[in-house]
Design a protein around this ligand. Structure first.
Ligand code: PLP
Length: 397
């Protein structure tokens, strides 16, 4: 028996996506940029996929830019907006010779590192303002208000966090940004939100929205940046001028077609999946907290996406826990990374003010549309045992 509880990292391919992709991996092919019949057929497949993606996100088909995943979409949002706002002749390789980026402290590194790279490349002319979050992981709106002014170029605040699952109050964030930073482009990273939330409302409130296919049963290496009609965006990949010159490169036809199929299936089943998975997640979290001494839940469960169960266990290190879980067939993740030989807690947990020792014992169990009662049962058997064994061996040393 084994259980995959790492859906925030990636999800299994949905059968609908596999079926849609198969012809484009076998007998059908064609470069959508060409003009003959084979090329036109590929073009038609991309156009159909674009319509599906646009309808599912509630955006204009002309604003859909197909990318090589969520990371590229986020980079294009930050760097592309900064570059488009530079005076002619001043843009650098990362797009910026000035400007102000505002983002939350718990953004994915695809946003944070893109903003930091732009600041570095500009020799300090581009400023990054990182906004604090509350202990529950929601952005501090007072701090956000302080960071906003008419000089701000781009604001990037994710819809749901990848580690702790917190959903941001976008309906409050967007009007605040419009009021206080009237010249800013507003981006939201909806990569983790899409499987669990109807993102159309947020897409309407934002100028740019990123999603990634492999987080909702689509293939890896395919994503979307959807752009509002009046947003100026400079490309970060140059070449043949595909995607209205906003993202060059021959289209990944199979990937795009698979993403559209996965998107449609996810959106159609979303309400039912959320109800079913939330019940499984609640049972998993409640039982783990009940039977494992020295365990705490991260953030406020009421403000989380349905698939996220994030806990901290006192007196253990997540890396060791993950090894034991892996051996026992429970595949999960933690919010810490080994940097230069020492364990560092994740920037998300640090930003939430979680004590360093506690943060080093974190565990993310992320459920998905394929998760069943059996998965939860196995995790409930394995996790408390593994935690107890680690504590015993720490006490014996
Ligand atoms: N943004 C968030 C919130 C994510 O969770 C991830 C992936 O983990 C990304 C962006 C990057 O997406 P991709 O893996 O498609 O590059």
């Amino acid at each position: 028996m084994a259980t995959y509880l790492d859906h925030a990292a990636t999800t299994p391919l949905r059968p609908e996506a596999a079926a849609a992709m198969l012809p484009w991996l076998t007998e059908r092919f064609g470069n959508p940029s060409g003009s003959h019949a084979v090329a036109r057929a590929a073009r038609a497949a991309i156009d159909d996929a674009r319509d599906v993606v646009a309808a599912t996100l509630g955006v204009d088909p002309g604003g859909v830019i197909f990318t090589g995943g969520g990371t590229e979409a986020d980079n294009l949002a930050i760097t592309g907006v900064l570059a488009a706002r530079q005076p002619p002749g001043t843009a650098t390789t990362t797009g910026a010779a000035g400007g102000v980026v505002v983002c939350s402290a718990i953004e994915h590194h695809a946003v944070l590192h893109a903003a930091e790279a732009a600041a570095r490349a500009s020799g300090g002319a581009t400023e990054c303002r990182i906004v604090a979050v509350h202990p529950d992981g929601t952005i501090d709106l007072d701090r956000l208000a302080e960071a906003l002014d008419p000089t701000v170029t781009v604001v990037s605040i994710m819809l749901a966090n990848n580690e702790v699952g917190t959903i941001q109050p976008f309906a409050s964030i967007a009007p605040l940004v419009r009021r206080r930073a009237p010249n800013a482009v507003l981006h939201t990273d909806a990569v983790q939100a899409f499987p669990w939330l109807d993102v159309r409302e947020a897409a309407k409130r934002a100028d740019l929205i990123s999603v990634s296919a492999h987080k909702f049963g689509g293939p890896q290496g395919t994503g979307v940046l959807a752009v509002g009609t009046d947003v100026a965006l400079a490309p970060i990949i140059h070449g043949g001028g595909q995607e209205r010159d906003r993202r060059s490169g021959t289209h990944n036809v199979a990937g795009i077609v698979g993403m559209a199929a996965a998107m449609q299936a996810t959106a159609a089943e979303r309400d039912a999946t959320v109800v079913r998975v939330r019940r499984l997640r609640d049972r998993l979290a409640d039982e783990l907290l009940r039977i494992t001494p020295g365990s705490t839940e991260t953030g406020d469960r009421a403000a989380k996406i349905a698939g996220n169960c994030h806990l901290c266990f006192d007196g253990i290190e997540s890396e060791a826990l993950l090894v034991l879980l892996d051996d026992a067939g429970v595949y999960a993740s933690a919010g810490s990374a080994c940097a230069s030989g020492a364990m560092d807690p994740s920037h998300v947990l640090v930003a939430m003010g979680i004590d360093r020792r506690r943060a080093l014992g974190s565990l993310r169990l992320s459920l998905g549309h394929t998760t069943t009662d059996d998965d939860v049962e196995l995790a409930l058997k394995v996790v408390p045992d593994a935690v107890a064994r680690l504590r015993e061996s720490a006490a014996a040393n």
